[in-house]
Design a protein around this ligand. Structure first.
Ligand code: NAI
Length: 344
């Protein structure tokens, strides 16, 4: 079985080649992303393996299908970049639902700690023999209220971490965890009560621009916003306004609406054309990381293992535990259970 990888980085190549000793698949690693212009390079491959910023729209799917691609393997959890309707009946799609919820949850907490206590600034200061504390004041997290939006795999781990440092946790999720001790509140209440809000829900039609001018108005003055989920959850222009008028004290973003043009690449010698991103980068109370929340050795190993396991199951006509299809995305609760691995 031949697999072509789009948007491959040295760390992908290393982790997939290591895991492949168990399978002996034939790999081709491409540096560029999958889109309408690059889809033709899938010709002759059975499987296409993609990441978060590859484009899998109808046009791309039609090219892959014509090229004989049978399986699309997402080496990530999120799937907002896939047109499932267009793929249904043509190409099976698998993903890695959970490779390390701990990695993402820990990064979200790292962002809070850094943003709050300004360790990123202190590091630079002390290296230049500046030992002044002016401007580095933070607040004690213990006893503060954190609002968690989305209590799935990552949200649950994140809640445990927050509780471990003595924060009061409240949460919102339209599908609350049954029989849990999570203190669920309405979204309105979460906005009213939280000192920090952390997003852990997927990007869907319903959650797109969840954080916007209206929702920001409902938040406490001086809120800290953390987004490690998907950039599209936040209307970035409204976020910038909130930061400018000091309603939002600070924000840490591991994801950004238009990240596909910049994230994962080195632009250090170039001028950033995206004025919105440039504005965010200019603010002292904004911390941006480049979609690295997942990026631990354990997560990379788990991604490679789960992806190749799924491809192996497909090769052997076994049920695809991590298949996701048009029906699943519409009726997640029921569909996954009924059609697991036999979507069409
Ligand atoms: P999950 O599917 O286990 O949990 C998502 C939760 O969000 C579910 O409980 C679901 O009911 C809830 N949800 C759905 N619609 C909602 C809404 N309108 N409002 C509030 N909650 C809602 O997913 P998991 O594994 O916890 O991942 C969460 C997100 O994290 C992913 O969708 C992905 O976008 C992002 N992610 C980011 C990574 C990074 O490196 N920055 C890495 C992995 C995931």
């Amino acid at each position: 079985m031949k697999i072509v990888f789009y948007d491959s980085k040295p760390y992908d190549i290393k982790s997939f080649e290591k895991q492949n000793s168990q399978y002996d698949f034939k790999f081709k690693f491409l540096e560029y992303r999958l889109n309408e212009d690059t889809a033709s390079f899938s010709s002759g491959y059975d499987v296409v393996c993609v990441f978060v910023n590859d484009v899998i729209n109808k046009e791309v799917i039609d090219i892959l299908y014509e090229n004989g691609v049978k399986l699309l393997a997402l080496r990530c959890a999120g799937y907002n970049n896939v047109d499932f309707k267009a793929a249904f009946g043509k190409i099976h799609i698998i993903r890695v639902p959970a490779y390390s919820p701990y990695a993402v949850a820990e990064h979200a907490m790292a962002l809070i700690m850094t943003l709050n206590r300004k360790t990123h600034k202190a590091y630079i200061r002390t290296r230049e023999s500046n030992f002044s504390l002016n401007g580095l004041i933070g607040f004690t997290l213990h006893g503060k209220t954190i609002g968690v939006i989305g209590t799935g795999r990552i949200g649950k781990v994140f809640i445990d971490i927050c509780r471990g440092i003595g924060m009061k946790v409240i949460a919102y999720d339209p599908y609350p965890v049954k029989n849990s001790d999570i203190d669920y509140v309405s979204l309105e209440e979460l906005y009213h009560q939280s000192d920090i809000i952390s997003l852990h829900c997927p990007l869907t039609k319903e959650t797109r621009h969840l954080i916007n001018e209206e929702s920001i108005k409902k938040m406490k003055d001086g809120i800290m916003l953390i987004n490690t989920s998907r950039g599209g959850l936040v209307n970035t222009k409204d976020l910038i306004e909130g930061l400018k008028n000091r309603k939002i004290l600070s924000a840490a973003l591991d994801v950004y609406e238009e990240e596909s043009d910049y994230f994962f690449e080195d632009f250090s010698s170039e001028i950033i054309d995206d004025d919105i991103l440039a504005r965010l980068l200019s603010m002292p109370n904004v911390l941006i990381t480049s979609h690295q929340a997942f990026f631990t050795a354990e997560a990379l190993e788990a991604i490679a293992m789960t992806t190749l396991d799924g491809i192996s199951a497909f090769r052997n006509n076994l049920p695809l535990d991590n298949e996701i299809c048009y029906d699943c995305t519409h009726d997640k609760e029921n569909c996954m259970k009924q059609t697991k691995g036999k979507c069409f």
